[in-house]
Design a binder for this molecule. Structure first.
Ligand code: AHM
Ligand code: MG
Length: 335
């Protein structure tokens, strides 16, 4: 790349040239990016900043909260509440929705986030990230209620994540393909490093937590079993496996070189549709993957078409290279 394009310039051009994003949405994305920069700094300091370890509390899903989960959540709220671009926020780490306080101007967007995904990797210095999704507040409502957030992922107006790894990379879609921005620490700004990201339709790499194999449903067992048979099996090729245990990092690899990621329903908790959260994790990641030419289903149905019934809804996730996702889905649906 000859001249550097900052995130700010990219967004201004999307607004001006393509008319894709209204100014409030542009502001929102800039603020989210700024918050990600501060989270990245806190992550980088690690033990020196006293940010590692547990906070001694649990979130709404009964999971132990890490100090960084709480810090990241606060950073996102404080950065976003006063700008006038938002009506309300919802987070994996908070039970109910967070209304923008009355003392600040009210905007027309709803922001949802998993402030720090991959919590189990925080203390061991492995890539983690922030995932976010933006919806429009339904017209006509004066206030905001939880039901206003319950929109299918197909209605997202922006989605992305920021991965805190060897580099800090922000990945974004506003419905016009996927763009990646790398944080230039000296300049303190995100610089466009890849546009029109495309995922190859075929792959030889899968990501799944294999330790859960005995709990999976038949179609998932069949798919992985065929991959494991390699060249000699029905697939006629050898597969490689990767599992980082941070969805952001696994999805980032897939956007970079293809692959399939699965966190399927399993028999341990038959009532739960899956482990990952529809609104904070599956929807934004599914839109990014589709925008890059991949596919995302819950094994049977396109994730973006699912009508959520509650904020913290969970879902089974199969996403990545199109032909592989279609194969897993057909094993479930029998088509
Ligand atoms: P988290 O939001 O509490 O961090 O949990 C979500 C994470 C995903 O990032 C990752 O894909 C998965 O949980 C890892 O699960 P496991 O511990 O079973 O490997
Ligand atoms: Mg999380």
């Amino acid at each position: 790349m000859t001249s550097k394009i900052s995130l700010t310039r990219y967004l201004v051009e999307q607004q001006r040239v393509d008319g894709l994003i209204p100014s409030q949405l542009r502001l929102l994305l800039e603020v989210v990016a700024r918050a990600c920069k501060s989270i990245s700094q806190a992550v980088n300091k690690g033990a020196l900043g006293g940010v590692l370890g547990t906070a001694g509390s649990e979130n709404v899903q009964g999971e132990v909260q890490k100090k960084l989960d709480i810090i990241a959540n606060e950073v996102l709220i404080e950065a976003n509440e006063w700008g006038g671009h938002l009506a309300a926020m919802a987070s994996e780490e908070m039970e109910g929705i967070y209304l923008v306080p009355n003392r600040y101007p009210q905007g027309e967007y709803l922001l949802l986030f998993d402030p720090l995904d991959g919590s189990s990797n925080i203390d061991v210095n492995v890539s983690i990230g922030t995932i976010f999704s933006v919806l429009k507040k339904p017209d006509g409502d004066a206030g905001v209620e939880e039901k206003d957030f319950l929109q299918p992922g197909a209605r997202q107006v922006a989605a992305g994540y920021c991965v805190y790894g060897p580099q800090t990379t922000l990945v974004l879609t506003v419905g016009d393909g996927v763009a990646m921005f790398t944080l230039d620490r000296e300049q303190g700004s995100f610089v466009l490093t890849q546009e029109n990201v495309r995922i190859p339709a075929d792959t030889k790499e899968f990501a799944i937590n294999m330790s859960n194999m005995r709990h999976w449903d038949e179609p998932v067992k069949r798919y992985i079993d065929e991959c494991l048979q390699g060249k000699e099996g029905p697939r006629g090729k050898d597969f490689n496996m990767r599992w980082i245990a941070s969805m952001v990092a696994d999805v980032h690899r897939i956007l970079t070189r293809g692959g399939i990621f699965m966190y399927p329903w399993d028999k341990r908790e038959p009532e739960k549709p899956g482990k990952l959260r529809l609104m904070y994790e599956a929807n934004p990641m599914s839109w990014l993957i589709e925008q890059a030419g991949g596919a995302a289903t819950n094994g049977r149905q396109r994730i973006l078409d699912i009508q959520p019934s509650k904020l913290h809804e969970r879902v089974s996730v199969v996403l990545g290279s199109k032909n592989e996702v279609e194969r897993v889905t057909s094993y479930h649906t029998g088509t």
